[in-house]
Every structure is written in structure tokens, then in C-alpha cells.
Design a protein around this ligand. Structure first.
Ligand SMILES: O=c1ccn([C@@H]2O[C@H](COP(=O)(O)O)[C@@H](O)[C@H]2O)c(=O)[nH]1
Length: 270
């Protein structure tokens, strides 16, 4: 099944637009995991198992694994998700971007090594830097468009021939680069007006929306701005607010409770 099909099935099966982000920071782990060689895997796998029936996708952020030489635990975690929770797509958040020959290697990293179902890509280097990922027909390619951080406006809000740069990215992605239907876009929950603008440009394209929870984005405004006519179209990501909802050995239960509340809050406005 392709990423797009898996996502559509997970939206329905779990009645959820929530994407749980896996950003493991050992400094925030409960005491019983500290010092263990496999702590990152154990921490994330427990969160995954506790929330898998509440989500439409998981999004591991590669920096949290690579910074601690824990890429093997990232591989094991993605294999665990595929094995124990088949049908829940995994988006590798690596935000790669480079010339075509190097992008080919990044695509092998995401889809061959890690076996992710989709990858985040920085489209700043243009069409040929995105094409190598599109060579994997079953995989999703999610381009940065209007990011959730305040500094995103420095470049993404620049006027380019009568439109903002993020609007140009959305238009190119939807009208010129997406002949295979694999592309999605990242649009921050911290900017609901721009979510609505992107939705108007791209039709039903899936949007990955980080920025609720720890970054303070408004759930109601996000859902109303980004939902499609069939009340889907969104993967609304929350990482820290779910991962660190509890501090002690009951952290996975606390994460489940936070995920359930977040999913339900999202569903109120679909
Ligand atoms: O514009 C963007 C693109 C990616 N992210 C990533 O999403 C999560 C957000 O984590 P929270 O703890 O829910 O704030 C994180 O992995 C970022 O790298 C983003 O925040 N904004």
C-alpha cells in the first residue's frame, strides 16, 4: 500500500488526524531508563505501543537519534512500528535537501535504510533536488512550505513575482511537481491563516502540521483552516506535549491520556 493509501486508511480506522512526534531526549527520560544502552528505543516503543490506536502517523525526528549515535535504535523503532502496528505510516523527519546525486543517497537513507513511509524534504534547491525521492512510487515526500518557527517568515514571507515564497512552494508542489501524487507539505499550526491559504492552493494534498502543544498553536484554528471537505487532509503533530506528559514510570500511560485528549480536541472541530 502506498503512503497516501495508508494515511487515508489510518485517518479512518483510528478516527484520528493526530501524528505523534518521536523526539526522544534522554535528559527527560524517567529514572528507570537512564543509563540503559537501549533507552531511546525503549522509551519510544512504549509511547508507540500506548498510542498506536489513537494516531494517523508517527514522526520520528532523526536529529534526536543521530545526536546520540542511536541510528540503530531509530531503525529498530521503525521496524517495531511496522511489525506491531502495521498500517500506521512512519514519516522520517530529516528535512534533507541537496543536489540530485546526493539526494539519491538521502532517499536510500530514508526509504532503504530506515524503511520510512514518507520523508520531510527541504525544497529550497528546487525540483531536481526533490525528484530522487519521487522515484519511490509508494513513498510520501513532504516538503517544507510554511514552517512553524517565528523565523520562518524571514524567507518564506518574501514576495516573489506577486506571491509569497511559501505560496510559490505550495503552487509548484501542487501544480508542477506532483504528477505522481506523492507530495505533501509542512505548514505550521502557529500560522492558521497560512494553513488556509495553502489549503486553497493545493486542494486535498496532505498537510503535516507541527506546532500544537509545546509551540502553542491553536487546535480549533488549525483544524478549521486545514481540514478537507471530507474532514481529513491533516497530520497534526505533537511531540513534547505527549512524550513528556508524565515524568515517572507511568510515562506511557500519561502519553496515552495526552494523545487521547489531543485527538478528541482535534475531532471536535473536524
Ligand atoms: O515547521 C516545522 C517543521 C518541523 N517541526 C518538527 O515538529 C516537531 C515539533 O515538536 P513539538 O515538541 O510538538 O513542538 C519537532 O520534531 C520539530 O523538529 C516543527 O516543529 N516545525
Amino acid at each position: 500500500m502506498s503512503f497516501t493509501q495508508q494515511l487515508a486508511a489510518a485517518w479512518q480506522k483510528n478516527n484520528s488526524l493526530l501524528c505523534v512526534g518521536l523526539d526522544p531526549d534522554p535528559a527527560k527520560f524517567p529514572a528507570h531508563l537512564k543509563g540503559r544502552d537501549d533507552a531511546i528505543f525503549e522509551f519510544c516503543a512504549a509511547i508507540v505501543d500506548a498510542t498506536a490506536d489513537l494516531v494517523c502517523s508517527f514522526k520520528p525526528q532523526i536529529a534526536y537519534f543521530a545526536a546520540r549515535r542511536a541510528e540503530d535504535q531509530l531503525e529498530a523503532l521503525i521496524a517495531h512500528i511496522h511489525d506491531k502496528h502495521p498500517g500506521i505510516p512512519v514519516i522520517l523527519d530529516s528535512k534533507r535537501g541537496d543536489i540530485g546525486s546526493t539526494a539519491e543517497q538521502y532517499a536510500v537513507e530514508a526509504f532503504g535504510r530506515y524503511k520510512a513511509d514518507a520523508v520531510t524534504v527541504n525544497p529550497y534547491m528546487g525540483r531536481d533536488s526533490v525528484e530522487p525521492y519521487l522515484a519511490y512510487p509508494d513513498k510520501g515526500v513532504i516538503l517544507l512550505c510554511r514552517t512553524s518557527n517565528p523565523g520562518g517568515s524571514d524567507l518564506q514571507f518574501l514576495e516573489v513575482e506577486g506571491e509569497k515564497l511559501y505560496e510559490r512552494v505550495a503552487r509548484l508542489a501542487a501544480k508542477e511537481w506532483n504528477s505522481t501524487g506523492q507530495i505533501g507539505l509542512v505548514v505550521g499550526a502557529t500560522f492558521p491563516a497560512e494553513i488556509a491559504r495553502v489549503r486553497a492552493i493545493v486542494g486535498d494534498m496532505p498537510l503535516l502540521v507541527p506546532g500544537i502543544g509545546a509551540q502553542g498553536g491553536d487546535i480549533e484554528a488549525t483544524v478549521k483552516a486545514g481540514r478537507t471537505a471530507d474532514a481529513t487532509g491533516l497530520m497534526i503533530n505533537s511531540s513534547r506535549a505527549i512524550l513528556y506528559a508524565g515524568k515517572d514510570e507511568g510515562y506511557a500511560d500519561a502519553a496515552r491520556k495526552a494523545a487521547q485528549e489531543t485527538r478528541d480536541a482535534i475531532n471536535q472541530y473536524r
